[in-house]
Design a protein around this ligand. Structure first.
Ligand code: ADP
Ligand code: MG
Length: 337
């Protein structure tokens, strides 16, 4: 028996496989990922570097481009504002461009990848609005100032005239958020947006995203290395390992009762984790590496796991349904409670 979801999902990724072309063939950075983002909720995607988090986001944004990268299979079902559902894995470039920056907002770790150094920040936000809305230059400029105020930039009308390099890192991050939110997206993709910021600024920015999310009813996919941030912002957590989601659960369940050995190892090395922003709590280092994990025929974590038995190496474990809201890709997850 499954419980009905609270809200229809804004995004539903089904069995996504995305690959990069390398000298030795196609490398499946994302290898069968499924996840769901309900309206107004935040899903955190965590996992060590190289696990495929950014490749998942790039797939959703339609930024994996042939001939160097491609979505090999799966579906990325996006519910638009009018309620129509489209598969982003099969959308043409023109339709995708119409969605990006409009119904789908994006924030990255480095704001300079999305800000143009040669234009004022006010102009850039206004330009985003003019690209997607029928709006006069004047109205767009005024709206840009309003948005800068919304992301708590003091003296917004003066700041609108600044160039990105005149602003602090925290302010540039706010500008990027203002730009991402300009067209009131229904989905926000945030790839380590606060990683480079100090703890106080980070906390302010997370509160800001939370507040705006409630206001806009936006679904958020939030990628982070920082378990303190996960505790602060996520409703649900997807733990990624070597291109696959290995555990998926509501945030409290994941912190209190993780069932995949990888998640358990992450949690064990975070003693006394308080569910608030404090000193940085980055993903701990777990002995071993995921370098050859994708070549394994069985469980990709087997070489680094303390519970591995013969069956673990025979085939990739199926996803075990531990409760209506909790899944783990582990043969032994039932015994590991
Ligand atoms: P994460 O964001 O979780 O750190 P990524 O999604 O960036 O991981 O990368 C997942 C895997 O894909 C890594 O093994 C990485 O080396 C590989 N990868 C990423 N980008 C490329 C690329 N452009 N070409 C080839 N391999 C890539
Ligand atoms: Mg990344």
């Amino acid at each position: 028996m499954t419980e009905p979801p609270l809200e229809p999902p804004v995004l539903e990724v089904r069995n996504l496989v995305s690959a990069f072309r390398t000298r030795s063939g196609w490398f499946r950075a994302v290898d069968g990922v499924s996840l769901e983002i309900p309206r107004g909720r935040t899903v955190a995607l965590v996992g060590e570097s190289g696990s495929g988090k950014s490749a998942t986001t790039l797939s959703i944004m339609g930024l994996l481009k042939p001939p160097y990268a491609r979505i090999a299979s799966g579906q990325i079902l996006f519910r638009s504002r009018e309620g129509t559902i489209r598969d982003l894995a099969r959308l043409d470039d023109r339709s995708m461009r119409a969605l990006r920056g409009n119904e789908i907002g994006m924030v990255f770790q480095d704001p300079m990848t999305s800000l143009n150094p040669t234009q004022t920040v006010g102009w850039q936000i206004a330009e985003t609005l003019r690209l997607h809305r029928r709006i006069s230059a004047r109205a767009a400029a005024a709206e840009a100032v309003r948005l800068l105020g919304l992301v708590e930039i003091a003296d917004a009308s003066r700041r609108a005239e600044s160039y990105p390099h005149h602003l602090s890192g925290g302010m540039r991050q706010r500008v990027m958020i203002a730009m991402a939110l300009a067209c009131k997206p229904t989905l926000l993709l945030a790839d380590e947006p606060t990683t480079a910021l100090d703890v106080t600024v980070q906390a302010q920015i997370l509160r800001l995203i939370r507040g705006l999310q409630d206001e806009l009813g936006m679904g958020v996919l939030f990628i982070t290395h920082d378990m303190g941030v996960v505790a602060e912002i996520a409703d649900r957590v997807e733990v990624m390992y070597a291109g696959q989601v290995v555990e998926s659960a509501p945030v409290t369940t994941l912190f209190d009762a993780p069932r995949h050995p990888y998640t358990q190892a992450l949690m064990r090395s975070l003693p006394g984790l308080q569910r608030s922003i404090g000193p940085r709590r980055r993903l701990p280092v777990i002995p071993g590496s995921l370098e050859h994990a994708r070549e394994s025929t069985g469980c990709r974590f087997a070489d680094r796991c303390g519970f591995t038995e013969a069956a673990c190496r025979a085939a990739v474990p199926q996803v075990a349904q531990l409760s209506a809201v909790h899944q783990a890709r582990c043969l032994r997850s039932q015994e590991l409670a």
